[in-house]
Design a protein around this ligand. Sequence first.
Ligand SMILES: *Cc1c(COP(=O)(O)O)cnc(C)c1O
Length: 342
Amino acid sequence: MDNSMNIDWGNLPFGYHKTDYNVRCYYRNGSWGELEITSSESINIHMAATALHYGQEAFEGLKAYRGKDGKVRLFRWEENAKRMAKSAEGIMMAKVPEKLFKEAIFKAIELNAKFIPPYGTGATLYLRPLLFGSGPQVGVKPADEYMFMVFVTPVGPYFKEGFKPVPIEVVRDYDRAAPLGTGNIKVGGNYAASMRPANRAHKDGFASVLFLDALEKKYIDEAGPANFFGIKDGRYITPQSSSILPSITNMSLEKIAEDIGLKVERRSVPIEELATFEEAGACGTAAIISPIGKVYDRVKDVTYEYGDIAGPYSTKLYITLRAIQEGEIEDKHGWTTIVEGL
Ligand SMILES: *Cc1c(COP(=O)(O)O)cnc(C)c1O
């Protein structure tokens, strides 16, 4: 029996769900080989692969959206391709050419078309491109061989409660990334560094953490695995910092903010400025926007509150971006690509 028939699309978690195929490609002797298709969920790699020892690993996350018109759209996939190339450069890995990246994501979607959630269920097909050093080294140096793969998984909304403000807490005793470190590229190591504070926050009832700049602990950096923005006096304000991962969602929200008449400021945001925002949110592909209801600073014992329902600008930004992704309003910036024939 077709196992996709058993999927309860409306209740899918944001997690791994088996699909039929994934695609892989190997970099050996200085060049990329042919894209291979497999139904295996496992990979066979050398025990001395640099990914396992020295963290030579980068990933991407993007989604395919089924629209009301039945078409399947990708959102700014070229930006994901570019970012993965930057990540590769940042930790000395072989770069995945844009052409190969495109071929891999389109193939992975086409092969798993029956797992693309129907329109209106709140679920989407999440794509996870992955690049890592697969060749053996024992000394600390880049691998000679790399593996690039893309798997997909149908996912439900990131937060089950939907578009509802969540509480987060300021972290002062851990850093996610250093100013001249790898915070600006999407590598696994950054996530490893964020797990202890994130886990503590979850145990204490917070949805996420708010990292401060590692050097001075004065400015807002990232909201866990998402970018931060605040809104006040008709302005969309988002932190500028060398340790922030350039979010494609944030980049797009900045444009939409301008379209709806907000002024956009990308600059250092002192933590005290939290007291002056009318709205605050975290943004990324997984949730688009998670409105922030309150921020608790456990060291200073201060709480900044933004209310139990999402503010008008956050709501407008969220609805607009989602409508573009699902093809419901004009894509005037040319951000979406239709995956033909699905
Ligand atoms: C992936 C990621 C984001 C969100 O980026 P999008 O391109 O919007 O999905 C934000 N912060 C971190 C640390 C990330 O890894």
